[in-house]
Every structure is written in structure tokens, then in C-alpha cells.
Design a protein around this ligand. Sequence first.
Ligand code: SF4
Length: 85
Amino acid sequence: MDKLTYRDTRDYVAIDVDKGIDHRTGQLVHADAVAPEGYAVLPKCKHCKHYQQDEGTVGKCMADEQEFIAYGDMAAITCRDYTQV
Ligand code: SF4
């Protein structure tokens, strides 16, 4: 997996769309800054093997026989079919 940004880790608590708190250090960080090595991946569709990216920000979930529209940034913590790539 490529380097993670803070917004894609479990170790980040958002304050607003642009910034938040690094849960491990307590520091204020930008959401799109690269997180240090070893930070845990936040389950999102874009980190799932069933996700297929289309154009732009829209993609498809291919987990079931009937595919449906999904977004890469969609939180997947409660998805029973989530399988991290
Ligand atoms: S299985 Fe769940 S997490 Fe994976 S792409 Fe489909 S909806 Fe997203």
C-alpha cells in the first residue's frame, strides 16, 4: 500500500475538513499530510479488494453479484465484506 495520509489512518481525529489531531502524538496535523510509517489503515472502500475505481471520485463495489456505486473515501468500518488490500 502507498504511503497513507492522516485522513486515511485510524490515528487521526478530524477537527474540520483540513486539519485534525494525530492521536499518537497529540499534535495538530493537516489531513492530507503523509502519516508516519506504521500508522493503522482506516477501513475505506478504496482500501478494499472489492472496490473498483471508475472515473473521478466514483467507483463500484464488486463484492456482490449486483455491483453498486461506491466512493473511495466511504467509511467501511461496518462493512462485513471489507477486505483490506
Ligand atoms: S465490500 Fe464494503 S468496503 Fe469493500 S468496496 Fe464494497 S462497500 Fe466498500
